[in-house]
Design a protein. Sequence first.
Length: 202
Amino acid sequence: MIFQTAVFWAFAAILVFAALCVILSRNPVHSALWLVLSFFSAAGVWMLLRAEFLAIVLVLVYVGAVMVLFLFVVMMLDVNFAKMRERFRSYIPVGATVGILIVAEMALVLFTGYLGPGSTPSPGVTPANFSNTRALGLQIYTDYAYPLEIAAVLLLVAIIAAIALTHRERRESKYQNPSEQVRVKPGDRLRILRMPSEKRGP
């Protein structure tokens, strides 16, 4: 138990440090890389809590897909950082307000007895062959099957709407008709012109 607690504090310290580097780094590429480290640290904390499915999803989805997309977008865009820093001080009041609210919420949780002994029910002892992924799958596909199907339909409708909006016909774009290209004849591609030959003058 002492080793597990030490590992937890190590992951927690790395997570807090990486999160601070995300918001304090001036280079957006460095911020994205620090965010990748914070995701890995959070996945380690999930593994310690025996939530291996959430840890795997966090690594595969966020680190493997979302952060790679962020890195490509940041590295491909020509961002004018000097112009972005001109109005940096105007965002300080909003950022300070949000930070104070977050600190107040964490203080309420930590110092008012919400995490004290007996305040929360004990999860109980799990058997040796317990699988968090299997338990989560049983909950999703039995008790929450209808909400899952509704969410899937909503996502499908959103995907179809996004495709329909991006692939609408535009007047300035030139499109080709494959059926007309297949039915074309050699005479339609080549036209022979008969012109009188030139004669040299005397």
